[in-house]
Design a protein around this ligand. Structure first.
Ligand code: ATP
Ligand code: MG
Length: 566
């Protein structure tokens, strides 16, 4: 890990691990795994799980496995595998030699299934899916035994082998664990463990036409890899008895030794103003509501990276929200604040005029240029200062001039003086508008003895302080002003369709006037554009010497304010 990490806060999982270690369980070993299914790109929710699992392994001197849980052939692909690896690395984690694919264990899973049949703990059922649902019962009514439940071991084995050999169509039979159709826990009412699926798998090709169910495969994957703490989200809590039942039986069968892995559930991340379901993310991409998986508005990790969010910002966020047993919502502004804080520490300061209008200094000699000096980071003087060229014609922000100033407005208006940050004090002398009334230029005169950093510069007191770039030296570039992709906290909550809540103004593409130093920005380099926010040189569209910029986050949280007013 590259982050300088403060001591992690205690949480119920760390407490449990401390107890296990004190008792000598697993000889004190801590081995975790992050097990994505390669059926989509990772999202902000996955980051919570990544920091948790890899963080535990790091802090306890253990290992965290990256395991692709690729037991379902239909929606998985190599593209997703590659993107997932890249995102985990980007967040700063390394799985070392521990890269695994669940599909590499299909032979063992199959052998375990034959063992269960032989031990009378599994049977082939031939009910239709509808019938099976009917036999399962409900939360208040017990289930009923399938008429096939008492098939002999020989018949079960024969049918299962013929399922594997491809003799039956999809859905003709399933292999079920034989537990208890009257269990109050529906997950123990003879859960399906293998189904027939004639589909090509991204890793095993056409070798298999039966595939293990997730709830059967996952405990076996953990046991094969000698995982100690198998951490998953709360909705798997009711699956834990099956997890334990299965591994106990397979330990008796000699497949695995004790102590077996232990499943521990924690609350998933629910974040406002985004959607964190792969199905919805795929829909956003396929229906072209966004430009792709890495669109900077997407709550994917590839999108977050392009947006300019940083691994350090994710670290702060996951630290701050902690790990608990109860579900809740985290406001998106909490995530943004963590990203803003992380960027504040590292991003160099630069000047950018996003909505440019000319400021002409009528008493400054034409053709003359001089340097002003601006600090690269006001809180870190050791980062030095850079020269910013000053000349007769500058670009300033359109909103830094008002013909008739509202109350409390201290910037440019006829007769008023302001400081051009790092430069001179100027007094507004006039302005020009075109036939439509649009402001085209502001005129002023400068006070030669007021240059910042020179003796007596502060003798003239002004209330306003505005930024600028020299028109002759500016670098004009595309800047994308990104905002939240959804305009409501829980997209789709009211209408049932999350797409109804897309924010129509989630991106605005402008041409901005930037200080010349920004021309050399490297892709993925982040800056604070003074008074505006944090921006990053886009890693995809920037060309050498011609970067384009994405707004990562504004300096202040405008959404929370707007919500309070609403
Ligand atoms: P989906 O339900 O949208 O398909 P998933 O949770 O099934 O997503 P996986 O690829 O199976 O996606 O997830 C890999 C790991 O990431 C799992 O261990 C899961 O618990 C964890 N994870 C997924 N979403 C979240 C979330 N919102 N918060 C915390 N952990 C999550
Ligand atoms: Mg899943």
């Amino acid at each position: 890990m590259s982050h300088a990490t403060p001591a992690p806060a205690a949480n119920f999982i760390r407490n449990l691990i401390d107890e296990h270690r004190a008792a000598g369980k697993w000889d004190g070993r801590v081995e975790t795994r992050f097990p994505p299914e390669p059926n989509g790109y990772l999202h902000l929710g996955h980051a919570k799980s990544i920091f948790l699992n890899f963080g535990l392994a790091r802090d306890y001197g253990g290992a965290c496995h990256l395991r692709f849980d690729d037991t379902n052939p239909e929606k998985e692909s190599q593209e997703y595998v590659d993107a997932i690896k890249e995102s985990v690395k980007w967040l700063g984690f390394d799985w070392g030699p521990h890269l695994y694919f669940a599909s590499d264990y299909f032979d063992t899973m199959y052998a375990c299934a034959e063992y269960l049949i032989q031990a009378g703990l599994a049977y082939v059922d031939s009910l239709s899916a509808d019938e099976m649902r009917e036999y399962r019962g409900t939360l208040t009514e017990p289930g009923r035994d399938s008429p096939y439940r008492n098939r002999s071991v020989e018949e079960n084995l024969d049918l299962f082998r013929r399922m594997k050999a491809g003799e039956f169509p999809d859905g003709a039979h399933v292999l079920r664990a034989r537990i208890d159709m009257a269990s109050p826990n529906l997950n123990l009412r003879d859960p399906a463990i293998y189904r027939i699926k004639h589909a090509t798998h991204h890793n095993t090709g056409d070798k298999w036409c039966i595939y293990p169910m997730y709830t059967y495969a996952h405990p076996i994957e953990d046991a094969i890899e000698h995982i100690t703490h198998s951490i998953c989200t709360l909705e798997f809590e009711d699956q834990r008895p099956f997890y334990d039942w299965l591994l106990d039986k397979l330990a008796i069968g000699g497949f695995f030794s004790r102590p077996l892995p232990q499943q521990i559930e924690f609350a998933r991340l629910n974040l406002t103003y985004v959607v964190l379901s792969k199905r919805k993310l795929i829909q956003l991409v396929e229906e072209k509501h966004v430009a792709g998986w890495d669109d900077p508005r997407m709550p994917t990790l590839v999108g977050a990276r392009r947006r300019g969010y940083t691994p350090e910002g994710f670290r702060r966020f996951t630290d701050q929200i902690g790990v608990s047993k109860s579900d809740g919502w985290i406001d998106y502004s909490v995530f943004e604040a963590c990203q803003r804080d992380a960027l504040n520490d590292t991003a160099l300061r630069r000047i950018a005029v996003l909505d440019p209008v000319k400021l002409i200094i009528d008493n400054y000699p034409e053709g003359q240029t001089e340097d002003c000096f601006a600090p690269n980071h006001p809180q870190q003087p050791e980062l030095g200062k850079r020269a910013v060229p000053f000349s007769r014609e500058l670009w300033i922000e359109r909103e830094d001039f008002e013909e008739t100033p509202p109350k409390g407005y201290f910037r440019l208006y006829p007769g008023n003086s302001v400081r051009l940050r790092y430069g001179y004090v100027v007094t507004c002398t006039g302005f020009e508008r075109d036939a439509d009334g649009t402001l085209t230029a502001v005129h002023c005169e400068y006070l030669p003895d007021t240059k910042s950093g020179t003796p007596g510069a502060d003798a003239v007191k002004v209330k306003g302080n505005i930024h600028w770039v020299s028109a002759a030296h500016a670098y004009e570039a595309e800047v994308r002003l990104y905002d939240r992709l959804f305009r409501t906290a829980q997209p789709g909550q009211e209408t049932g369709n999350f797409l109804d809540d897309l924010n129509a103004d989630s991106v605005k593409v402008i041409r901005a006037q930037l200080e010349p130093a920004l021309k050399d920005a490297a892709p993925e380099q982040s800056f604070q554009f003074e008074r505006h926010g944090y921006f990053v040189a886009d890693r995809v569209d920037s060309k050498p010497g011609a970067p384009v910029f994405n707004r990562t986050v504004t300096l202040k949280d405008s959404w929370t304010k707007a919500e309070k007013q609403a």
